[in-house]
Design a protein around this ligand. Structure first.
Ligand SMILES: Nc1ncnc2c1ncn2[C@@H]1O[C@H](COP(=O)(O)OP(=O)(O)OP(=O)(O)O)[C@@H](O)[C@H]1O
Ligand SMILES: [Mg+2]
Length: 381
């Protein structure tokens, strides 16, 4: 089947907006997105992991009069806490030892465009105050600055956390929550839109066949019913990865219920499914971005020591030791009770092939806490 024919089968939400699905729930969300898009209002998108929050943020931007300006997606959970204000709002020259130039943050870069703050629940309280101010009057101060910078940026935020609960625990500011939730898009989970599953199968199996140069799979009734009855905790993303895996493993076959059962025997075995080692591009970019930020932060520290070495009369050997301490991952003397935590983190990271998001989930930690521990223990996977 050609993609054009496929486009017709996938219905108007897909043809007009690239959104697969004709269920009532998703059509309602598309309608709200279309209504709010041109207004410039800030929007809060909530929904389980993998339900399409980023896709909808992009759609709102594309349907607004900001569409020719930047859309900047930022994963708040992937930026180390100490760097987030610098990244979002930029800094003035001299605001810290190695800040030789002033820098623009994402808010300035996105001027007249849209910023998508993913995992907003991970934004530290101190940055939440600044964000509220930008939302209220479009102004902020750079790190180390004393004058207001004015920008015209639309904010779209997303979360898979329960923000009201975070508000009640004082880990998310109530005023920011009320400001953000004025327009809320609640994305349905896959189990709330089962009728859309056949469309996803059609599209994803066509895409996977093209991507991996395999023959496209066909699903029989029994297979379809198995897939529809399975609980896809990772929603659309998990289903998409599953179809990728099936396309490679069972190329060109008519997929029966038995084949599906083989891979989805129980919740438990499902986590040991053969996995294709490609993650969502966005997740890869997050990791690369996070690593670059860490390198940048280390470089700043090294620069600081080098500058101080040159401007100091003390013998340089003294500083060499300090520099070595910064770059030597073994620098910490790890207390014994922490060793087991370190080992556990290493093992879990290895199990998930370095995927920090999955490891954090298994360890029952937030991604930010895991990043902190990885830094603390100097873990390199
Ligand atoms: N309606 C849709 N039509 C087509 N593809 C979709 C749709 N919704 C989601 N997807 C696909 O599912 C995957 C997950 O989508 P997305 O990244 O937007 O989810 P998310 O809610 O932001 O997930 P997370 O909470 O993990 O960040 C992506 O590959 C996206 O292309
Ligand atoms: Mg997302």
């Amino acid at each position: 089947m050609s993609i054009d024919q496929l486009g017709i089968e996938l219905g108007p939400n897909y043809r007009e907006h690239g959104i697969i699905g004709y269920s009532e729930k998703i059509s309602e969300v598309v309608a709200i997105a279309k209504t709010v898009a041109p207004t410039g209002l800030s929007v809060l998108i909530s929904g389980e992991s993998g339900t399409g929050k980023e896709i909808f943020a992009q759609l709102i931007h594309d349907l607004s009069d900001r569409k020719n300006n930047k859309f900047i997606p930022i994963n708040c959970g992937a930026i180390p806490e100490g760097l987030i204000e610098n990244e979002l709002f930029g800094h003035e020259k001299g605001s810290f030892t190695s800040a030789n130039d002033k820098s623009k943050g994402y808010f300035e870069m996105a001027d007249r465009g849209t910023i998508f703050l993913d995992e907003i629940g991970e934004l530290p309280l101190s940055s939440q105050v600044k964000l509220l101010r930008v939302l209220e009057n479009g102004t902020f101060m750079k790190v180390g600055g004393s004058t207001n910078v004015k920008v015209d940026v639309r904010v779209i935020a997303a979360t898979n956390k329960n923000l009201p609960k975070m508000v009640s625990k004082s880990s998310f500011r109530e005023d920011l929550f009320f400001r953000l939730k004025a327009v809320t898009l609640q994305l349905p989970s896959l189990k709330e839109r089962l009728v859309d599953i056949p469309l996803f199968l059609m599209k994803f199996s066509a895409d996977s066949a093209k991507k991996y140069r395999r023959d496209q799979l066909i699903f029989d009734k029994d297979a379809l019913s198995e897939i529809m009855n399975h609980h896809w905790k990772g929603n659309i993303r998990e289903l998409k990865n599953f179809i990728d895996m099936l396309t490679v493993m069972e190329t060109g076959k008519t997929v029966s219920g038995e084949i599906i059962r083989k891979y989805l025997k129980t919740e438990h075995t499902a986590s040991y499914l053969p996995m294709l080692i490609h993650d969502e591009p966005q997740k890869d970019t997050d990791l690369i971005f996070k690593t670059l930020l860490e390198i940048k932060s280390d470089l700043n520290l090294i620069k600081k020591f080098i500058l101080e070495t040159y401007s100091s009369k003390q013998p340089q050997i003294h500083y060499r030791d300090e520099i070595k301490e910064i770059i030597d991952p073994e620098r910490e003397i790890v207390p014994t009770e922490e060793l087991s935590e370190k080992d556990e983190i290493i093992m879990t990271l290895k199990k998930h092939r370095g995927n920090r998001r999955k490891a954090a989930e298994e360890l029952n930690l937030s991604e930010r806490t895991l990043y902190r521990k990885i830094e603390k223990y100097g873990i390199v996977i």
